[in-house]
Design a protein around this ligand. Structure first.
Ligand code: ADP
Length: 397
């Protein structure tokens, strides 16, 4: 038996799962958080999903975090050694133009991931810290970087180019990279499997609607357009991020005295649903809107309009689609949101069935009416399983 340890780490947290190769069974999962703060915490779950170890103590850095995690596996009675870990798969947010495939990490690759921090200052430094610590904590097995940008390597020039002076764009790496690629890839493949058709015969629009959110036009298994750009800030309205905004508005705010840190905080952490309605949790926003809260109603209207704007655009780019696929926290769980996104699209051949849409389930399912030309699906994302799969493909040669 072989398994992959999947690590999704930020500057102060390590999320992890152990996934068995082949069966994709989740043998364990957990979270180390508040690394570097006075009181850190680890929560470890066994195969059943119930908590088997919970610890609160100071966790100075990522290396201590990995030591604590290894100890939790042992305490839970299934040490990492006994699980047959064949490799560690690391999620890395930004691969730039350089990393377009999963890559075995050596010193040079680790340094380049840190080098790409310029393009992803909120993500790559934390990813790099965790990679360095994990390589020290678990030597002797391959560590693989799986990039959130890589699926978008197939973006054609028209989709990845901003209309800027090409010399400036080239000097500073300013182009559309796209993110959520691990999710868009696994979801589009699972949607095809659900439909019983090869992915290379299908045109899909995948709506990944979580705390972060993006749309991807997937043409026969290849990303051909996506709503996130140079950074994960562009595109849809998100939990705390604005999505699309006139670049001129930033100049306007800068002239009014905003510097880059203040703009960064405004756009990345205080905008989106949180900024408009006071909460980044879609459930709260929906409940407030149902009570008649005007700010929440407007937030939902802006959120839905933005999605429909991209959906319509991508249907035009693809020349029609076989499937529209909802995924991630909001996409998988909010039936009202799905209904609003798909309302009045009969002209496009899109009609959902209210009863099917209302069913709550953790399984892939169709919510379109029988006479809908386009299949509308809900397909749970599983980025960890996809990271494990890509890691295994690479290390098993
Ligand atoms: P992340 O991007 O952090 O992985 P998720 O994919 O878990 O985020 O999505 C989180 C979002 O999903 C939150 O806004 C949350 O409100 C929303 N969500 C979760 N469950 C529901 C639900 N039952 N109805 C509506 N929204 C939900």
């Amino acid at each position: 038996m072989s398994a992959i340890l999947v690590v999704n780490a930020g500057s102060s947290s390590i999320k992890y799962q152990v996934i068995e190769v082949g069966s994709e069974r989740r043998l364990a999962s957990g979270l180390v958080e508040r690394i570097g703060e006075p009181l850190g915490r680890l929560i470890h779950r066994g195969e059943s999903g119930s908590i088997s170890v919970e610890t609160e103590q100071a966790i100075g850095d990522h290396l201590e975090g990995f030591a604590l995690l290894a100890q939790a596996f042992a305490e839970a009675g299934r040490s990492l050694e006994s699980l047959g870990i064949a490799a560690v798969g690391h999620r890395v947010v930004q691969g730039g133009s350089e990393f377009v495939e999963p890559t075995v990490i050596d010193d040079r690759v680790a340094a380049r991931i840190l080098g790409l921090a310029e393009l992803a200052p909120l993500h790559n430094p934390g990813n790099h810290q965790a990679i360095a610590a994990a390589r020290t904590a678990f030597p002797g097995i391959p560590h693989v970087a799986v990039f959130d940008t890589a699926f978008h390597r197939t973006l054609p020039p028209a989709a990845r180019t901003y209309a800027l002076d090409p010399a400036v764009a080239a000097e500073h790496g300013v182009r559309r990279y796209g993110f959520h690629g691990i999710s868009h890839e696994v979801v589009s493949r699972r949607a095809a499997a659900f439909l019983g058709r090869p992915v290379h015969q299908l045109k899909q629009v995948v709506l990944h609607l979580g705390n972060g959110a993006s749309v991807c036009a997937v043409d026969r298994g290849r990303s051909v357009a996506t709503s996130m750009g140079l950074t994960p800030l562009e595109g849809l309205v998100m939990g705390t991020r604005s999505g699309d905004i006139d670049a001129g508005a930033l100049l306007h705010l800068m002239r009014a005295g905003y510097d880059e840190n203040r703009l960064d905080r405004l756009l990345n952490t205080r905008s989106g649903l949180l900024g408009l309605a006071g909460s980044n949790d879609m459930r709260d926003v929906r409940a407030a809107a149902d009570r008649g809260d005007a700010a929440a109603v407007l937030a939902l209207d802006v959120y839905v309009q933005r999605i429909r704007h991209y959906l319509g655009g991508y249907l035009a780019l693809l020349g029609g689609a076989d499937a529209i696929v909802f995924t991630a926290g909001v996409g998988e769980n909010s039936a009202p949101l799905r209904a609003e996104v798909c309302a009045d699209l009969e002209w496009f051949g899109i009609r959902i069935d209210a009863a099917r849409n209302a069913v709550a389930s953790g399984e892939a399912r169709a919510i379109s009416a029988d006479d809908s030309r386009v299949s509308v699906l809900v397909v749970p994302t599983d980025e960890e399983a996809e990271i494990a799969r890509q890691t295994w493909v690479l290390v098993s040669g």
